[in-house]
Design a protein around this ligand. Sequence first.
Ligand code: KG4
Ligand code: ZN
Length: 345
Amino acid sequence: MYVLGIETSCDETGIAIYHSEKGLISHLLHSQAEMHSEYGGVVPELASRDHVRRLVPLIRQSLRDSGLQSSAIDGIAYTAGPGLIGALLVGAATARSLAWTWSIPAIAVHHMEGHLLAPMLEANAPAFPFVALLISGGHTLLVRVDGIGCYQLLGESLDDAAGEAFDKTAKMLGLGYPGGPLLARLAEQGSAGAYQFPRPMTNRPGLDFSFSGLKTFTMNTLASSGKTAQDKADIAHAFQQAVAETIGIKCRRALQQTGLQRLLVAGGVSANRQIRETLTAMTGQMRAEIFFPRLEFCTDNGAMIAYAGCQRLLAGQRENLEIVARPRWPLDELPDIAVAATMNS
Ligand code: KG4
Ligand code: ZN
């Protein structure tokens, strides 16, 4: 089964073609980062308009690159949420219209389920059950995963998402947008131990996170520092270390609490080298396994959406002709793939 995947939830237009047996056939990405950087963050209306401009040419190119006719496509998977409503609507309406024209099913995919399943595109995909840590620009979730659609929320951020904290802290340090990768680069020049940041919510039980205090801590530390380039690099280093260790402590706790031996880490922030190293060391000590997507599939992409949609279509899940766009959509509301096929609308 060939599935075309369409991702337009935020500032990246992602297109992919995934085949149920042959794997990933093609994937293309257009990032709007440069366009939004002038404004220091995503401008929703500009994002929607750019998706309109990019989507159809990227789909055409993807088919061309794969040597496929449109008639070869068996289904379309599109990101239906969570995300920016205008941006989602562009992908959803295009997906639904193409599916109608080509007389094939289209399926609404949850963006975070896409992230969660991205490591399944790798050769060493984890078996169920496992603990998933999803760290992106909009979400920080710890989830027990027993199968596709069997998600039990273990913990989440009570305020800023991990990526949001990176982006806001980067802004304070005078870095551009998106700040996460820029802050990570600056942190490489910082020296360990120059500043000591707190590890929020680690000295009490539970698996929830809070990152907004780290942002305030950065602001105060910066204000009382000499504000030199080295001070900023040291602050970036201390901030990143604090986020990585806090996440590490919570993930260790989640593995202990569930008794599971596998940790999957995905979402844009999972591209962070310090976080990958901290979590790899922690799971190593626990003799647990750890799984990440390749770097390009940590951040938003069409491949993860094509993969997630393909699994649900293969299981027999079908939807009516509604164009689904849900800016807010709790992950644990998703149907278990095993029962989704029996609920066809
Ligand atoms: O998953 P994603 O592409 O989009 C959302 O679903 O939100 O995640 C984007 C987030 C941004 O906040 C970005 O700054 C952050 O991921 N990010 C990073 C790194 N690469 C991307 N944060 C820290 N270190 C990185 N290397
Ligand atoms: Zn994302």
